[in-house]
Design a protein around this ligand. Structure first.
Ligand code: DGL
Length: 291
């Protein structure tokens, strides 16, 4: 199988597969390299610096593999790192942000909810987005700690996931929200569950389809669309526990896939010496100083 000129797609874990599903359909001839940076999940509670360094490390890997474009299939990484990536690298880099504008256009009650990670909701980029696009409605934000971890285990409909979803959406429903934006790619895998909990009168908006269309437009504009006559393929990589990630990706991708281990040089983060799954640099330094 030839694997020429792929498009690199990354997320902190398996969430970005929800975007890849749309890109697979919209761009059937393209090859995709997907990285689940699961050794460092969740990004949602990490510092901007940390996420920037991970994003740079993953981009360096993609460039070594000869990618022609990159999709940051993660709202948190887009908020933290896309400006830096674009300032360093000149290839097309498509990112994603919560679909506030479409939700403002769609709401009838004038009240919308945004479910996202703490990192996204506290970012300057999100504040700018609200300033730019949130004016036509009351926007209620809701961080959802724990949901990403449930999706990482492919526990999409167990009781604990349902309880978390109920806890996060109830305050939004009480405030009269009629449109909910899924501001984290992991949550797209919980769409059925969220729909069950919110009922038929609340619309759910996922950014995945729009990102896929944007990638297509960008490739067209740069004349980078594949001209092959054969269907494209996917390759999956991870910085996390390979077997477990392979199990979960196979489940969410609806097909048994092989997941490759990201080479060591790219599992560490450039200038920041990081420890997987530990939140912030500063905390580690302080602890080190005490011992
Ligand atoms: N999937 C990511 C997003 O869209 C974030 C998940 C995480 O916290 O790692 O924001």
């Amino acid at each position: 199988m030839s694997f020429a000129n792929p498009i690199g797609v990354f997320d902190s874990g398996v969430g970005g597969l929800s975007v890849l599903q749309h890109m697979r359909v919209d761009l059937p001839k393209e090859n995709f390299l997907y990285i689940a940076d699961s050794g460092y999940i969740p990004y949602g509670d990490k510092s901007k610096d940390f996420i920037e360094q991970r994003s740079i490390a993953l981009t360096r890997f993609f460039l070594e593999q000869g990618v022609k474009a990159i999709v940051v299939a993660c709202n948190t990484a887009t908020a933290a790192a896309i400006s830096t990536l674009r300032s360093i690298y000149s290839l097309p880099i498509v990112g994603m942000e919560p679909a506030v504008k479409p939700a403002v256009d769609a709401t009838r009650s004038g009240i919308i909810g945004v479910l996202a990670t703490t990192g996204t909701l506290e970012s300057t980029k999100f504040a700018e987005l609200l300033h730019r696009s949130g004016k036509g409605a009351e926007v209620i934000i809701q961080p959802c700690p724990g949901l990403v971890e449930q999706v990482e285990r492919a526990e999409l409909s167990v009781k604990m996931t349902r309880t978390l979803v109920e806890n996060y959406v109830s305050p939004l429903l009480e405030r009269g929200v009629d449109t909910i934006v899924l501001g984290c790619t992991h949550y797209a895998f919980l769409t059925s569950l969220i729909k069950e909990v919110v009922g038929l009168n609340v619309s759910i908006i996922d950014t995945g389809p729009a990102v896929s269309r944007q990638l297509r437009r960008r490739l067209e504009k740069e004349q980078l669309l594949s001209v092959e006559n054969t269907p494209g393929a996917e390759q999956f990589w991870t910085s996390g526990p390979q077997r477990e990630v392979q199990r979960v990706i196979s489940r969410l991708w609806n097909r048994k896939v092989d997941v490759l281990r990201l080479p060591k040089a790219f599992t560490r983060s450039g200038t920041i010496s990081s420890t997987p799954n530990k939140p912030l640099q500063r905390t580690r330094r302080r602890r080190a100083a005490q011992t």
